[in-house]
Structures are given as structure tokens and as C-alpha cells.
Ligand binder design. Sequence first.
Ligand SMILES: Cc1cc2nc3c(=O)[nH]c(=O)nc-3n(C[C@H](O)[C@H](O)[C@H](O)COP(=O)(O)OP(=O)(O)OC[C@H]3O[C@@H](n4cnc5c(N)ncnc54)[C@H](O)[C@@H]3O)c2cc1C
Length: 401
Amino acid sequence: MSSRIVVVGGGFAGFWAAVAARRVAPAEFDVVMASRQATQQMRPRLYEANPESLQIDLSPILQKIGIEFVPGEATALDHIARKLVLDHKKELEYGRVVVATGSALRRPLLPGADEAYSIDTVAEAISFDKRLAEITRNSGAPTLAVVGAGFTGVELTLELRDRIAHHGAPGAAEHARILPFDAADVVGRELGAGPRPVIEAALAEARVELRLAVSVTALARDSVLLSDGQTISADAVVLTTGMAAAEFARNIPGERDRLGRIVVDRSLRTPASAAIFVAGDAAAVDGGDGHLVLQSCQHALQLGRFAGENAARDLIGVPTIPYVQPPYVTRFDLGRSGAVFTRGWERTVELTGAEAKAVKRRINREIIYPPFDATREELLALSSVEPALQRRPTLKSQRSP
Ligand SMILES: Cc1cc2nc3c(=O)[nH]c(=O)nc-3n(C[C@H](O)[C@H](O)[C@H](O)COP(=O)(O)OP(=O)(O)OC[C@H]3O[C@@H](n4cnc5c(N)ncnc54)[C@H](O)[C@@H]3O)c2cc1C
């Protein structure tokens, strides 16, 4: 049997899974990260300016703690022979594997959807940013359509005037038409009623032309066709239509939830194959408080630590630990109106304005980043699941929607 732990994916979950596995597994066990590139994309920041700066090279930190990096596209997983296949040819045997392949934009199945812009990956965000620069140069008052007024759509919408100004056209920024659309009859439906008045006020302040309860029936790079028959011309159309588990998850045996995530037990192990653990946006599990985890960084960072810890424990014959998530909070950027910070699943508003913005900035610019300056020992210690175990949330019977 292989004594190798393979972590598939180098995002927030994959990184911490690899570090935690390295901490638990003795030196004779190899810990390997297999991912497309040795860079981590700071996806929560992709609504911001300068998207090209929003990926970081993990190589130095992986070398520091003795994690081998294998580049490639994971294309299959043979759970009987315990082999991961990369690029349809290269095989990596594993004793335990952690699947942390994250999520991807759910592009609507509509004519023209492939032509619209998106901000799901650094490459896609750069492509949109180039278009923004181009239309800023060429138009006195650009029109931008944002399809989807949920978490990502609203954060992007509220950043757009400053993004246009950033490209050197403050006049165009003030005169731009910004049109977010959503099929729901409320903005930010998944965020609940708590922070909604603050979000609505920020959208009004930003002078955006929000259209709710309207479906998009066809799309192109420069237009949106609506269910009421109206065609909206725009200099760019951006899709922020939600996420689902990335395609690789389909290779894993077992049950899926409605987001294509792999349903795992509280050890983050798949019921169908004892050697497979799942973390981050690919995993569907109760966080220990009666709520299914969200596809979010705060969950991915913690799921990764537990999945890596448990994969390594299991390989060396030590009992696994049930996953628990620290209490849920939301930090939502509101552009020029600051931010909103909520606590709990009821999303009770605790901070707004500049104070909340300072918290959001610190999270986006420091907390979610791997700690590059940490020593090897500090880094391994930071992968511990102990703090979460000590702050175990109280159990609730209610589930999140
Ligand atoms: C625009 C945007 C804004 C967001 N804002 C927030 C926010 O404010 N707060 C928040 O908490 N969350 C936010 N999120 C969600 C957050 O980014 C994700 O929840 C988080 O990235 C999940 O981490 P992960 O490690 O599971 O997956 P990812 O970060 O998606 O990483 C997956 C990794 O797997 C690799 N991979 C995937 N498939 C394969 C394959 N077949 N072979 C090899 N490698 C593969 C990828 O290249 C990547 O390295 C946002 C996301 C986006 C796109």
C-alpha cells in the first residue's frame, strides 16, 4: 500500500490540507500536492482592480515544509487501485487522497453565455479588466451589465465606478451606467434579510440601475436579452451567476448535493471509498452546528485543515476527528459605502461603514493568504485543528437554505 498522501488542488482548502497532513504524518510518508499550477488564486478578491496581482506562488512555502508539487490537470481517479490520473496519462498512487478541487462559475445554459465575461478565475478577471480598460478609453459613459445580484455580483457592481476611475477616467466612472440583474425579487437572496437594508442603501448610493425579478434569456459580449422582451446593450456583460463544484468532483464515487459537491461524513471521508477525503468547495457536510457548509473561504480554510489531518491520521492508524467549523460570520464589501459585517446564521449586522471595511480589507489582504514569513514550525502549528475544537459551536437543529 502506498504511504503517500495526495492532495488534489492548490486552493485555500488544498494548501491547508497539505500542511496539516505534513504535520501529522511522519517524515517517511510523502505529502504531494497535485494541481494545475503551483499558484494560489485569491478568488475572493477577483472583483477588485489589478487582478493580475491576485495569485501567489506556493512553491517556496511548499518546499519549506517538504511538500512535493506535481503540476497537471487531474482527469480521473481509480478508487479501487488508489491512483490519481493527471493529464490522462500520469498516474500517482495514493494511500489517502484529499480532493480539494474547489468550484467554478455556473454558466447559465443560455445562447451566448460563453461569450460573456466573468471573474471566476484570475485569467477571466484579467480578460474582463482589459475590456474595462478598453471601454473606459473609448467611451465617455460605459454601460456595464452584471448578470446575478448575489454575493459576487453585488461586490463587483459596487466596485465598478472605482475600477473605471482606476483606468484613468474619473469622468467616465461617474457617468457610467451599471445594470445588475437578478431573477430573484430581492438583492443578495442567499445573504438573508439581516444585511439587506445596508446593501440596498449602498446600491442606491452608488446610483446603479438594479433590475430584480427579471430573467436573462440570451447573452452576448455586448447585450442581454430579458424575459420581458427587452434587449439591453452594454459595453460588457459579466456573469456572476453562482458557483458549483468543479468538474473533477464527478470522478468521485458517491452522493452529490445540488451544487455537485461530494457528500462526506464528519471525518470528511466519502462513504463510498475509505481512502478519499474531501475539502473546501467540493465538500458537502454539516459544520457541526446543524448548517451545511457554504462554498466560502472561511469554510474552505477549515475543511482543508481537518481533511489533511484526518487523511494523515487514518493512514497512520490514529482515529480521525469530527470536523467542526468556528462560528459563522459574513464580511461583505460595499465599495464606497464601506462594508457590512454580520455574525451567526441569522446574519445579525454587527459593523458597517469604514469600520467593517477595515475588517474586510484585513481578511482579503492578510488573513486568507498563506503565511509566507512564518517559520516551518509556525506554519505547521497554524495548520492545527485545535482552535476550532476549543470553540466548538453549539448544536442547532435548523439547516441553512
Ligand atoms: C469572485 C469571487 C468572490 C468570492 N468572494 C468570497 C468572499 O468574499 N468570501 C468568501 O468566503 N468566499 C468568497 N468566494 C469563494 C471562495 O473563493 C471559495 O469558496 C474558495 O476559493 C474555495 O476554496 P477551495 O480551495 O475549495 O477551491 P479553489 O479556491 O477553487 O481552489 C481549487 C484548486 O483546485 C485546482 N483544480 C481544480 N480542478 C482541478 C483539476 N481537475 N486538476 C488539477 N487542479 C484542479 C484549481 O486550479 C485550484 O488550485 C469568492 C469566489 C469568487 C470567484
